[in-house]
Design a protein around this ligand. Structure first.
Ligand code: GLA
Ligand code: ZN
Length: 692
């Protein structure tokens, strides 16, 4: 396996200075229906489309037989789009393999964990190791780069599509064995790291690693790391010819939020810009009967937007969203009037520099023919969905000045793939309801409710930009992480960690220094045991006159660390069980900052109150001095304040005088009425509170 090196991404590889608007466009599906392409271009102008992702699944059309390429149709499409002022996000076609390739070279098809080779079917299922696949992909990518790399319409390389999944073929295992050898040097070191004397799993040679045994936790974890690394290496291989022929064009690959299988940070590091495909369940079961309407879905979506921004802490691209509904969910309802505008502006508020769709035009056949699209089967512009998309296009044109504008978050929530994998796989006192991702979201909720901008970041990220760092369930402390957190607190930061912090090192081997391991001094606590009662089963009682000013009692449960406050002050104690009176929340002043240990999973109100006190301690202001009405969110980006009403009813906000409406123009009243699903983008010329 050749490891391909590419140059470090540079800032000069940037997107056009516009908030782009467009989506996945599959003209090859329409070649046999005359006039469709011309009509597409006419409709794109009407919809204010400025970008189109082309070629994502076009391999069979671009290379119909091995080594016989046909770019004529793509030449024509690129010129048509260029003539209409539409920038091209040109995809590399590796997301789906043509039949000739999959049948002639079986090794490009994946193997299941059982070793069984897959049939040629579906998509997103190539072997990331196969030298044949890499060579074929590089050959076509190179031709694309030579042919279109200097074309003025080309704005971005869209690499493959939603990389996902694993391959268990012999090639992958051989590469894994070499990766392990590089990582551990000797098989003894591997045996120690994986604790293989357990159940007699000792390996004698690296080539004995031929099956992913979930009972060997270290192996399980290293396999996921390797598959992430192998995918990143495949991505580097895809990029290599593009960089060689078109070094000025930025590259991206589209993510799927917190998709479990791949450590996206490793992929993001290879790209110039990050992007993701966002399909929130608007109007779905999570919203039924709720006065705050879509707020739960909006909160979840915001978290994922902030994760996509957090990879590089730079603006990002909403690469896919549906203008209506999807076709793969149990139930997916069309976006109600106004919802599309609201959801799209939410993405821009969180740093998006493009709002794109899957898909431009609904195919007449195939499994996605009933997926929402800008252009319906009926083929004209006189549909509700088209009208909403076109109106959004006009709005986005008003926001071009936001390109490059930062969100400037002072708060961060840590989210880490290694930690998630290890925590989810570890058998412990409670295996039901660990809910790592959901817990990160619960900690993000109080920030979102106040319109406090937050980056969702990995544990390797530099923390100097933040005043508050929230580290939910940081079970694994990889090398350097504890040191960075310690320095953050010492330098004046406010750090919140929770139950199950600091149990294991990078190999999932337990620390012997007492939990939270290398953070014991920073938090001034030792967590000796953990109980696992039902949610809310144990009362949480604030200590009179506690340093953070917590006053309201709450309920804890799920996990209850039984903590000794060695140096920390106790802010709240447990009110029930045999550990009543013992610490539930502690605060340790350390250096110039403070480290707060939350020993249990509290109810939402308690967590909200605690986070409120931490924000105050960190000196982080909410988006507006007034509390936001239920279902309303506010986010600053650059000099713009986005006010978004996710509830089903009108909401009034007292924002005071002097605000300009950036979309409609003019000023807005001091008592601003937001209709249901309404959104405003305002500015007043001053410096926003959260800007860096
Ligand atoms: C993903 C894919 C698209 C399409 C959409 C449908 O995001 O990238 O090709 O299948 O899902 O929602
Ligand atoms: Zn393979």
């Amino acid at each position: 396996m050749a490891t391909v090196k590419t140059a470090t991404p540079v800032e000069t590889r940037s997107l056009p200075p516009r908030i782009l608007h467009g989506g996945d466009y599959n003209p090859e599906q329409w070649e046999h229906i005359p006039g469709t392409w011309d009509d597409d271009v006419r409709l794109m102008r009407l919809a204010g489309v400025t970008a189109a992702s082309v070629g994502i699944f076009s391999w069979a059309r671009l290379e119909p037989e091995e080594g016989r390429y046909d770019f004529g149709w793509l030449d024509r499409i690129v010129e048509l789009l260029h003539g209409a002022g539409v920038r091209v996000f040109l995809a590399t076609p590796s997301g789906a393999k043509p039949n000739w390739l999959a049948l002639k070279y079986p090794e490009v098809r994946r193997c299941q964990p059982t070793g069984q080779r897959e049939h040629q079917a579906g998509r997103h299922n190539h072997c990331p190791t196969s030298p044949v696949y890499r060579a074929k992909v590089q050959a076509i990518n190179e031709r694309l780069a030579v042919r279109y790399g200097a074309h003025p319409a080309l704005a971005l390389w869209h690499i493959s599509n939603e990389y996902n999944g694993y391959c268990h073929c012999n090639l992958c295992f051989a590469a894994f064995q070499r990766w392990l050898e590089q990582r551990y040097g000797t098989v003894d070191a591997l045996n120690r790291a994986w604790w293989t004397a357990f159940w007699s799993h000792t390996y004698r040679r690296f080539d004995e690693v031929t099956f992913i045994d979930g009972s060997v936790n270290g192996l399980w974890l290293d396999w996921k790391r390797f598959m992430s690394e192998q995918t990143a290496d495949f991505l580097r291989a895809e990029i290599e010819p593009l960089r060689r022929h078109a070094p000025q064009v930025p590259v991206t690959t589209n993510f799927m939020g917190t998709y479990e299988g791949l450590d996206y940070q490793r992929l993001a590091d290879v790209c110039d810009v990050t992007c993701w495909d966002s399909y929130p369940g608007w109007h779905g079961p999570a919203t039924a009967g709720r006065a705050d309407g879509e707020a739960e879905v909006a909160l979840n979506t915001a978290f994922h937007h902030d994760l996509c921004r957090g990879f590089k802490r730079r603006p990002w691209i909403l690469m896919e969203s549906t203008p209506s509904h999807v076709n793969w969910a149990a139930v997916s309802r069309p976006k109600a009037p106004g919802m599309h505008r609201l959801a799209s502006l939410q993405a821009v508020a969180h740093g998006a520099e493009a709002v794109c769709y899957f898909q431009w035009r609904k195919g007449l056949g195939g499994t996605e023919k009933f997926h929402g699209a800008v252009v319906d089967h009926v083929g004209h512009e006189h549909t509700r969905v088209f009208g909403e998309v076109a109106a959004l296009g006009r709005d986005l044109r008003q926001l071009d000045a936001l390109v490059g504008a930062k969100v400037g978050a002072r708060a961060a929530v840590l989210y880490d793939w290694d930690n998630r994998w290890a925590l989810e796989q570890a058998g412990m006192m409670r295996n039901q309801g660990k809910n790592y991702v959901e817990t990160c979201l619960e900690h993000y909720r109080p920030l979102w409710r106040r319109g406090v901008a937050a980056d969702v970041i990995g544990v390797q990220t530099d923390l100097s930009a933040y005043r508050l760092v929230i580290a939910p369930m940081l079970y694994m402390l990889k090398p350097g992480v504890a040191g960075r957190l310690e320095a953050f607190v010492r330098d004046g930061g406010v750090l919140l960690a929770t139950y199950l912090t600091g149990l294991v090192d990078e190999h999932d081997l337990c620390f012997t220094t007492g939990r939270p391991g290398p953070l014991r001094q920073v938090f001034g606590v030792w967590a000796e045991e953990t109980d696992a009662p039902e949610p809310g089963a144990v009362r949480l009682l604030p200590v009179a006159g506690n340093a953070l000013g917590l006053t309201a009692a709450g309920q804890g449960g799920v996990f209850c660390d039984l903590v000794h406050a060695e140096a920390a002050d106790v802010l709240a104690t447990y009110g029930d069980e045999w550990y009543a009176g013992r610490p539930a929340v502690t605060l340790n002043r350390y250096g110039k900052g403070m480290a707060v240990y939350l020993a249990t999973r509290p109810d939402a109100a308690f967590l909200d109150a605690l986070t409120d006190r931490l924000l105050a301690a960190a000196g982080i202001e909410p988006a507006l001095p007034t509390a936001l009405p239920s279902g309303v969110n506010a986010q600053w980006r650059g000099d713009c304040l986005f006010l978004m009403n996710f509830s089903r009813g009108p909401r009034r906000i007292e924002i005071g005088n002097g605000w300009q409406d950036r979309l409609a123009g003019g000023t807005v009243p001091a008592a601003l009425d937001l209709p249901a699903h309404g959104a405003f983008v305002l500015s007043r010329g001053g410096t926003p509170p959260a800007e860096s």
